[in-house]
Design a protein around this ligand. Structure first.
Ligand code: TRP
Length: 455
């Protein structure tokens, strides 16, 4: 950490503000909904192990790279590449990021819409009293397959996100989320403690935390790296855009570290809730278990019903989850909007409404692919969208960001930017090695492997 002299004290406020904003983008359905599914479909604890490595070695590396490029250029991704290397094909990486953001926003909002639907269900008392697996599973399947309900929820989520972005009231939201996110964290901790004290929690704990290294394979590595990018909002320029708001006095290295840590902590705790609860349920055991897309929604009602004051607790939990999801959708919409405003000179409101409408339309097939429309369900549209944009495109984007920083802009220029606000960069040699060799090499190898397997 850099030295904090008396006259630098003012920057603490803004550094904390940045960490909250960036954590607000990172912490969301990625950690609470997507991470447990990834664990549940990729071998349990071995995935958790691969994920932690991916965050430390690759996620942190790319996070610092994006923040550095962002603060240096003060621009959206397209503008950022353009200002460091004008008139080169590099800005294509920025365009790719903008497009990826729109696609991720489309299906991410469907899941955020589910959280909204669940808030409504908990309020109206659907999960009052003892909740069995059968009930919970039925409620989810029924809800996700109801085309009208999911489309209304999707519309509301994208509408709210568009409203926030077009009014530029993001700061207001972030001030609120500063109060609300610690509360969400407190609820997650209480649910985790309750889950750990369930009779039969042990099976879930060993599934989640006792790795079987013989299971490790390229697929697991691919999804672990993809999950790291998704959960940390990396690979499409979100953190570049956020980095452009950081003051030159602030420490990029420790900021990146804090965002990685807080996001991973929430993901870790989400798993502590989901797996003990899941496998303490009669008739459900790890052998042959395959997590489905609604895992979180199937499991949460079970544990919430076992907490004293479960009704209030459940309502509060889904409310806060919704806020967490909205701070993420806001960051997703911000990138394409900032692009249209800065580079195409659109009005902010027009840009936000245009991208919002586009992602609503793109979200419709995903929304209807969970039982709503049978051929979309058979195609597995939402799972495929997530595979293509949430894993592959983010990995491709992150690969090019590493290559760009290391070999086009140059590590020494990046280090100059990092040095501002950070006199002693303790892990400098490791980061330099990772950004030049380890991260791009690992990502491209895994991508080639996966494309090989897919053919
Ligand atoms: N990281 C967020 C989450 O975990 C989702 C998200 C926001 C995102 N912005 C992103 C994912 C940019 C990828 C890229 O909920």
């Amino acid at each position: 950490m850099g030295s904090v002299s008396e006259k630098d004290r003012g920057s603490w406020g803004s550094k904390i503000a940045f960490i909250f904003a960036a954590s607000g983008s990172a912490i969301g359905l990625g950690s609470i909904w997507r991470f447990p599914i990834m664990v549940g479909t990729n071998g349990g604890a071995i995935f958790v192990f691969a994920y932690i490595l991916a965050v430390i070695l690759i996620g942190f590396t790319v996070m610092l790279a994006e923040l550095t490029i962002g603060r240096h250029t003060q621009k959206n991704p397209v503008g950022a590449f353009n200002s460091i290397k004008p008139h080169t094909p590099w800005k294509a990486v920025g365009y790719m990021g903008v497009a990826t953001g729109v696609f991720i926003l489309s299906y991410y909002s469907v899941v955020a819409g589910w959280a909204l639907g669940y808030l409504y269900k908990t309020i109206t008392g659907v999960f009052r009293g003892e909740v069995s697996w059968e009930l919970s599973d039925h409620v989810f399947a029924h809800f996700a397959a109801n085309p009208i309900e999911v489309l209304i929820c999707l519309f509301i989520i994208i509408g709210l996100t568009t409203f926030v972005i077009s009014k530029g009231v993001r700061e207001g939201i972030e001030r609120w989320s500063k109060v609300l996110m610690p509360l969400l964290f407190a609820l997650i901790i209480s649910l985790a403690i309750r889950a750990l004290t369930l009779r039969g929690a042990g099976t879930g704990i060993s599934f989640y935390l006792k790795p079987d290294f013989a299971k490790l394979n390229a697929n697991i590595l691919f999804f672990a790296v993809g999950q790291a990018f998704f959960s940390l909002s990396l690979g499409m320029g979100t953190m570049m855009t956020y980095g452009s708001y950081i003051s030159k006095k602030d420490n990029l290295v420790s900021s990146a570290g804090w965002v990685c840590f807080s996001d991973s902590l929430v993901a870790f705790l989400a798993g502590i809730i989901i797996f003990p609860t899941l496998f303490a349920t009669p008739g459900i055991n790890p052998e042959g278990f395959k997590a489905e897309i609604g895992l979180m929604f199937q499991v949460l009602p079970l544990i919430i019903s076992k907490i004293p004051g479960g009704y209030i607790f459940g309502v509060l939990f889904f409310m806060l989850l919704l806020v967490a999801a909205l701070t993420s959708t806001i960051s997703l919409l911000e990138v394409p909007t900032a692009f249209l405003v800065d580079e195409r000179k659109w009005k902010r409101r027009k840009a936000a409404i245009f991208i919002g409408a586009l992602s609503f339309l793109l979200g419709i097939p995903s929304a209807l692919s969970n039982g709503g429309v049978s051929f979309l369900t058979r195609l597995g549209v939402m799972v495929k969208m997530d595979l293509i944009f949430g894993n592959i495109m983010l990995a491709v984007g992150a690969f090019f960001i590493c290559i760009f920083l290391a070999y086009s802009w140059g590590v020494s220029n990046a280090l100059k930017e990092i040095a501002s606000g950070n006199k002693i960069f303790k892990v400098k040699p490791i980061w330099v090695f990772n950004i030049k060799f380890l991260a791009p090499f690992a990502v491209i190898t895994i991508l080639i492997f996966i494309i090989g397997i897919a053919r």
